[in-house]
Design a protein around this ligand. Structure first.
Ligand code: HGY
Ligand code: MN
Ligand code: MN
Ligand code: MN
Length: 409
């Protein structure tokens, strides 16, 4: 019997159902922002999948969703999942591949007649991308106690809506958010399957890989405050224009990152008043920087800030730099990673990544591992993100093998 085709039935059905949710018809990208309409639709889809399989469904105090096979109170659960939210115009696979594959792997376990001796769960962690409120992995950070209720309550989207307001409007109690150590204590292993956001598997010719580590990475907001004035009547010498200051900072970030073999991206900028014929009063730029080690990351960010301050002094611009979120390096636990490798035949490539994940946040509290599925172009955070059907199914089979090996002794 061709077992590869079997998980395909449930995988394809779920994929078809989820594909249109929050997809922009013009760009083909996904706009599934935390506590938005499309997010609610994704959450409803998750709950339907859980109930259709007779799994016990819950949404936790931080808005993360869980679908349980077995009694979580038994403890030592094996949980697998990812996130369903997206970056602006994100791809179809970043997040959803891990959640759909988790349900499909449970289906495969049932088809195999495996009988779990440990509780199993599929999870969807809320607001992983931080696209709307600016901080990544909000659901898992709150749960792991790495974001406080006060910090979360202060987050505001581009329209000025506070996170608690958005949660309340979506029917989630914002005053209930907070650390959930009891829940984490009941988890013996968390395995996140994720599309690779790079080309290591494409280059090695493997469909599936294991994560070794997540680079340290963070987000810094640079506020360049100048003086609004008329673009057509203000002499250049009389200007306090923050735009050239911002531009020089972006170029410095690229220069420093190239010098140090790190990554630095200004992917988001806001300008006030944002008029063609008005010298800006304020330019806000968000730096996303990542590096293989902490020292390099610190060096890059410090150099970018130094360049920004030098230019700001020249331009008569005031600069404020705020670190909005930060994730230290994550070394995935070798014991669990090597057990997964053994369960998968021992020849799975092990690769690092610069992308942050809920698994990275949870790894401080729970034994955690990540499975990557080949991405033929490496492109991610883009509508062009892709993964071959065979590789997706290979991921489901690998995840089912791992769940069977860990939980169905
Ligand atoms: O930004 C990241 O690395 C992740 O996709 N949230
Ligand atoms: Mn992402
Ligand atoms: Mn992701
Ligand atoms: Mn991620």
């Amino acid at each position: 019997m061709n077992t590869k085709s079997l998980p395909g039935a449930s995988f394809h059905q779920m994929w078809r159902e989820l594909a249109p949710v929050g997809r922009d018809a013009t760009t083909g990208g996904y706009r599934r922002y935390a506590w938005s309409g499309p997010d609610a639709d994704c959450r409803a889809w998750f709950k339907d999948q859980a109930l259709a399989r007779g799994l016990s469904y819950e949404t936790d105090r931080n808005g993360n969703q869980w679908a349980w096979l077995g009694d979580p109170a038994q403890g030592d659960a094996v949980v697998t999942g990812s996130h369903l939210d997206s970056v602006p115009d994100g791809g179809a696979f970043d997040g959803p591949l891990g959640v759909v594959s988790a349900f499909a792997a449970l289906d495969e376990l049932r088809r195999r007649g495996a009988s779990p001796t440990r509780p199993l769960a599929v999870s969807n962690f809320g607001d992983e991308e931080g696209a709307r409120f600016g901080v990544a992995c909000v659901g898992s950070r709150l749960t792991a106690g790495r974001l406080t209720r006060e910090q979360a309550h202060a987050l505001r989207d581009a329209d000025g809506i506070l996170l608690p307001q958005a949660m309340e409007a979506a029917g989630q109690d914002p005053d209930a958010i907070g650390p959930d150590p009891e829940r984490l204590a009941r988890i013996g292993a968390f395995v996140e399957l994720h599309v690779e956001q790079g080309r290591a598997l494409d280059l090695s010719g493997d469909a599936v890989g294991l994560a070794s580590a997540i680079w340290p990475h963070g987000r810094w907001r640079f506020d360049f405050a100048g003086e609004a004035n008329h673009a057509g009547t203000t002499r250049l010498a009389d200007r306090r224009d923050p735009m050239p200051t911002y531009a020089e900072t972006v170029l410095a970030a690229r220069r420093e990152a190239e010098l140090l073999g790190a990554l630095a991206t200004f992917g988001k900028v806001s300008v006030e008043p944002n008029g063609v014929n008005a010298i800006p009063s304020l330019v806000r730029g968000w730096l996303d920087s990542r590096a293989a080690d902490q020292a390099t990351l610190d060096t890059v960010v410090a150099a970018v800030e130094r360049a920004a301050r030098d230019r700001a002094a020249r331009d008569g611009v005031d600069l404020t730099v705020v670190r909005e979120s930060f994730t230290p390096v994550v070394e995935f636990e070798h014991a669990l990673r090597d057990e997964l490798n053994r369960l998968l035949g021992g020849r799975i490539p092990i690769l690092g990544t610069g992308a942050g994940h809920d698994a990275g946040i949870l790894s401080a509290a729970v034994p955690t591992a990540m499975l990557f599925v080949r991405n033929p172009t490496g492109v991610s955070h883009s509508p062009a993100e892709s993964a071959a059907e065979d590789d997706c199914l290979a991921g489901v089979i690998a995840l089912a093998d791992v769940l069977e090996g860990l939980a169905c002794r």
